[in-house]
Design a protein around this ligand. Structure first.
Ligand code: ADP
Ligand code: ZN
Ligand code: MG
Length: 475
C-alpha cells in the first residue's frame, strides 16, 4: 500500500526586541545566567505586566508579510502549568483571539511550487531554561530567557514531505530575517520548529493519528527527523501496529525519533483571559503604517531579478535567500555591472572565499563598487578573466581596489602580439615532439601549448591572442 505523509508545523520565533515582553529586562543572548531578570519576569507576587508595543508591531509586521488577516481585537490568556523554568505557574499567551489568522507561505521543491496555509500567528512569552549539568542530581534554572517575546506560527496540515517542511522553514527564516523581526538562528534556538506528522493511505481523505516531533535545531535535522518519522510510522502500520498520539524527540546522535511522552499525560492548560492585560484593539491607520513600511520580500525580489536583470530562476533563488546578498547584488548592478556577471562572482569565487572564512557578504572588505570596477578591467582587456580570480582574492584579503592590486603585482594583461609571438616561438622550438604530434592530428595538445605560454607569462598573456597565434603557427 502507498502512504502519504501529512505534516503541520508549529514554529516559535524569538522577536528581535531589545527588551522583554512585559518588563524592561534585556533580551540579549549568551549572558551569565540570571543577570537579565527582575520581579516581573521572575514571577514575584503582585507585579504587573506592561505590554511591549514593539513586540505587538513585529507580530503584525509578520502577519502582513505572510498575507494574514490582522485581528482588530485580540486578547492575552494564561496557559497554566507547572515547571521550574516558569515561576509564575502560567505562561502568558494568546488562545482564542490571536493577533493574526490565515495567511500563507509559498514554497518550491524540485521545481514544483505549492502554497502552505497558515492557521494563526500569536504572541506569547518564552519560559526560562533548566540546566542539567555535571551529571549530578541537581538542576539549575536560568531565567534570562523568561519573558522574551515569542511569536508562534501554526500551519495547516498542508505539508506532504520532509523536503517540503525544510523548504517551508527556509522560506520562513528568510522572510522573518528580511523584515527584521527574528534573527532566524536555529542553533541558538531563536527559531524553533515542532512538527506534527501523520500518514494515511494515498487517496484517503481522513487524517491519521499524529505524533509531534521536537528538538530539530537545523534545516538538515528537520528533514532527517521527518524522513525518519514518516518511515517509522509506515513500518509500524505495515507491521500491524497502531500509531499512538505522542511527543517524540529527535535524537541527533542516533538519527532516530524517540518517545518522550504520550498524549495521555498531556496537560489541560485551563486557559483563561489574563486579567492584568488589556485586550489589544487596532486602529486601521496603525496597520496601514506597518504595511507601508514593509520591505520588499524574497518572492518579489526573486521575480524582479528574473524580469529586470535576466537572472535565471535558480540563480535568483540563491541571490534572494539572504537579504544581505540580494542587497549587495543590487548595489553592484546599480554601480553599472552586468547582472549575470555579478551573480556568477557572488555564487562562485566570492561565495567560496566567504564560506572558507566564515564571513557574511556585508562584512567583506570587497564592496559592490570594487567588484564592478574589477569587472570593468576585465572588459577593457586590462586583465584576463583568469588573472581576475587572483586579483579578486587579493582584494578580498587586503581590501585593496582592483587597480591597486593590478598595479602592485604587475598583473596587467600582455596583449602585445609581437611579445607573445616571441614567447610562442621559443616554446614551439623546445617542444618539437609535441608539435609533430599535433600536426599528425593530436589536436588536444592545443591545451598543452596554451598552458606553456600561460606558465611563461605567469598567466598574463591575453588568451585570445595566444590562441590565435598558436593556431596560425601550428597549422
Ligand atoms: P492539537 O490539538 O494536538 O494541538 P491542532 O489541531 O491544534 O492539534 O494542530 C496542531 C498542529 O498539528 C497544526 O500545525 C496542524 O496543522 C497539525 N496537525 C493537525 N492534525 C494533523 C494530522 N493528523 N497530521 C499531521 N499534522 C496535523
Ligand atoms: Zn524582567
Ligand atoms: Mg493545538
Amino acid at each position: 500500500m502507498q502512504y502519504e505523509a501529512v505534516i503541520g508545523l508549529e514554529i516559535h520565533a524569538q522577536l528581535l526586541t531589545d527588551t522583554k515582553i512585559f518588563c524592561g529586562c534585556s533580551t540579549r543572548f549568551g549572558s551569565d545566567p540570571n543577570t537579565q531578570i527582575c520581579p516581573v519576569c521572575t514571577g514575584m507576587p503582585g507585579v504587573l505586566p506592561v505590554m511591549n508595543r514593539k513586540a505587538v508591531e513585529y507580530v503584525v509586521r509578520t502577519g502582513l508579510a505572510l498575507h494574514c488577516d490582522i485581528s482588530s481585537y485580540s486578547r492575552f490568556a494564561r496557559k497554566n502549568y507547572f515547571y521550574p523554568d516558569l515561576p509564575k505557574g502560567y505562561q502568558i499567551s494568546q488562545f482564542e483571539l490571536p493577533l493574526c489568522e490565515h495567511g500563507f507561505v509559498d514554497i518550491t521543491v524540485e521545481g514544483n511550487s505549492k502554497r502552505v496555509a497558515l492557521t494563526r500567528i500569536h504572541l506569547e512569552e518564552d519560559a526560562g531554561k533548566n540546566i542539567h549539568e555535571g551529571g549530578g542530581h541537581d538542576s539549575a534554572v536560568d531565567l534570562n530567557r523568561a519573558g522574551v517575546p515569542l511569536m508562534e506560527i501554526v500551519t495547516e496540515p498542508d505539508i506532504r514531505s520532509a523536503a517540503e517542511a525544510a523548504a517551508f522553514m527556509k522560506k520562513l527564516r528568510a522572510i522573518v530575517r528580511y523584515i527584521g523581526v527574528c534573527d532566524g538562528n536555529m542553533e541558538q534556538g531563536s527559531l524553533r520548529c515542532d512538527a506534527n506528522v501523520s500518514i494515511r493511505p494515498s487517496g484517503q481523505e481522513a487524517y491519521g493519528v499524529k505524533t509531534e516531533i521536537k528538538n530539530m535545531n537545523s534545516f538538515r535535522y528537520v528533514e532527517k527527523a521527518l524522513d525518519y518519522e514518516i518511515k517509522r510510522q509506515i513500518r509500524s502500520l505495515q507491521d500491524g501496529e497502531r500509531i499512538i498520539q505522542e511527543t517524540r524527540l529527535w535524537n541527533t546522535e542516533k538519527g532516530v525519533t524517540e518517545s518522550m511522552r504520550s498524549k495521555e499525560e498531556a496537560h489541560d492548560y485551563r486557559y483563561f483571559p489574563d486579567p492584568d492585560l488589556m485586550p489589544i484593539e487596532f486602529e486601521k491607520s496603525l496597520i496601514d503604517r506597518i504595511q507601508s513600511e514593509l520591505v520588499e520580500l524574497p518572492d518579489e525580489k526573486h521575480r524582479r531579478f528574473v524580469d529586470e536583470h535576466g537572472i535565471s530562476d535558480e540563480d535568483a533563488g540563491l541571490l534572494v535567500a539572504e537579504r544581505e546578498t540580494a542587497e549587495w547584488f543590487e548595489v553592484a548592478v546599480k554601480a553599472g555591472g552586468d547582472p549575470k556577471n555579478i551573480c556568477n562572482w557572488i555564487k562562485g569565487d566570492f561565495a567560496k572565499l566567504l564560506n572558507d572564512n566564515n564571513t557574511q557578504i556585508n562584512e567583506s572588505l570587497v564592496t559592490p563598487q570594487m567588484l564592478v570596477a574589477m569587472l570593468s578591467l576585465v572588459e577593457k582587456g586590462t586583465i584576463s578573466g583568469r588573472i581576475a580570480k587572483t586579483v579578486f582574492e587579493e582584494m578580498y584579503r587586503t581590501g585593496k581596489t582592483a587597480d591597486e592590486v593590478v598595479e602592485e603585482k604587475g598583473l596587467v594583461q600582455i596583449s602585445d602580439a609581437s611579445g607573445i609571438e616571441t614567447i610562442i616561438d621559443e616554446i614551439l622550438n623546445n617542444s618539437t615532439g609535441e608539435v609533430a604530434r599535433f600536426r599528425e592530428g593530436e589536436t588536444k595538445l592545443m591545451g598543452f601549448f596554451v598552458g606553456q605560454v600561460m606558465k611563461a607569462t605567469k598567466g598574463k598573456a591575453n588568451p585570445k591572442i595566444v590562441n590565435e597565434l598558436l593556431r596560425k603557427k601550428l597549422n
